[in-house]
Design a protein around this ligand. Structure first.
Ligand SMILES: Cc1ncc(COP(=O)(O)O)c(C=O)c1O
Length: 322
């Protein structure tokens, strides 16, 4: 973004301030659309956990994306921002069942991620369609903290329960119409995507009333010059191949869902702050950052960067203004 615009924002609104470049978000979305041009039935849902600013969410909604929410609050923010209820996917992990009931009463789509919640759901809502999140037992992602599809992860229903689910589906105790996986964030090795995609399509053949597969997020952008990134064309071609195989075997055309977060917004944000006291000669005034923020000025803004610290995903790109 033009440095003048950033300065203007700082002078007009004061600091510290976040500034987002909407054209970057739109370009990222167009890149995905281009990569997925051979897929004819898909929807991209923005993973709101990566940026839940209301104005950005409204912009993303107007681009035509749906929303991916992991908490009931994110669901409510999505509704407030104007997303249609059937364009909001709620994928909770370890929440009280009352939150799932609340989401159900709000009319949004739900991905259930434990056998317990599937059983509870089928008691309260017999014969209603469900989508389930599978834990594929695959290690994928930029580091241990953002790799969530391996067998020790708390996310998704482990494969050992699959037979139970298939049986429940066959005897019409539950009606599985959707499957979901999200193996991790910042995935660069396409063979890691490959494994998950093959697995979920193969599992899908076992559910006779299946209508959709949600492939989660995980696409990585380069965070600094020379950094790695997901090859989108390769990613799309793995999906196309598995999609065709599934169609040939079952005669069915599934709807595909994607939930990118960081891919869409990581490069769009700036955090501008003012230099107050110079204690260290290499202190930098303006920092262009990824998903979250850091300031080297002091720890005043530590609350803003907690998530990145916890997930060890902090990447700092610096730009100083003279
Ligand atoms: C269920 C789910 N979907 C999508 C995402 C978005 O992942 P990313 O930002 O790596 O695309 C996450 C992130 O943790 C997630 O948990």
């Amino acid at each position: 973004m033009n440095i003048k615009k950033l300065e203007e924002a700082a002078y007009n609104f004061g600091t510290p301030i976040y500034v987002y470049d909407l054209s970057i978000i739109e370009n990222q979305y167009r890149k995905l659309q281009n990569a997925f041009k051979n897929l004819n039935n898909y929807k991209i849902h923005f993973a709101s956990k990566s940026l839940s600013n209301i104005s950005i969410l409204k912009f993303i909604k107007n681009l035509g994306l749906g929303l991916d929410a992991v908490s009931i609050e994110e669901v409510k923010i999505g509704i407030k921002c104007g997303f249609n209820k059937d364009e909001i996917l709620y994928t909770p992990n370890g929440v009280d069942f009352s939150e799932i009931q609340e989401a159900k009463s709000l009319g949004v789509k739900i991905n259930l991620d434990s056998l317990e919640s599937v059983k509870e759901f089928s008691k309260h809502y017999p014969n209603q369609s469900i989508s389930i999140r599978i834990n594929p037992g695959i290690y994928a992602g930029g580091n241990d903290n953002i790799s969530v599809g391996h067998s020790n992860s708390k996310f998704g229903i482990p494969e050992e329960f699959l037979e139970d689910l298939i049986r429940m589906d066959e005897v019409r105790k539950i009606k599985v119409t959707g499957l979901h996986i999200h193996t991790g964030s910042d995935i660069i090795k396409n063979n890691q995507f490959d494994e998950g995609i093959k697995k979920i399509f193969s599992i899908a053949t076992k559910f006779k009333r299946i209508e959709s597969i949600d492939l989660g997020g995980g696409i990585k952008i380069p965070y600094f010059s020379g950094d790695t990134e997901t090859n989108l064309e390769d990613y799309a071609s793995i999906i196309e191949k598995e999609y065709k195989k599934f169609k040939n075997k079952t005669g069915k055309e599934l709807k595909l869902i994607f939930e990118p977060g960081k891919f869409l917004v990581s490069d769009s944000g700036y955090f501008i702050t003012r230099l107050i006291i110079l204690k260290n000669p290499i202190i930098i005034v303006l920092l262009k950052l990824t998903q979250d923020l850091i300031t080297l000025l002091d720890l005043l803004f530590i609350n803003h960067i907690m998530k990145s610290l916890i997930y060890q995903t902090l990447v700092i790109r610096k730009k100083s203004i003279q």
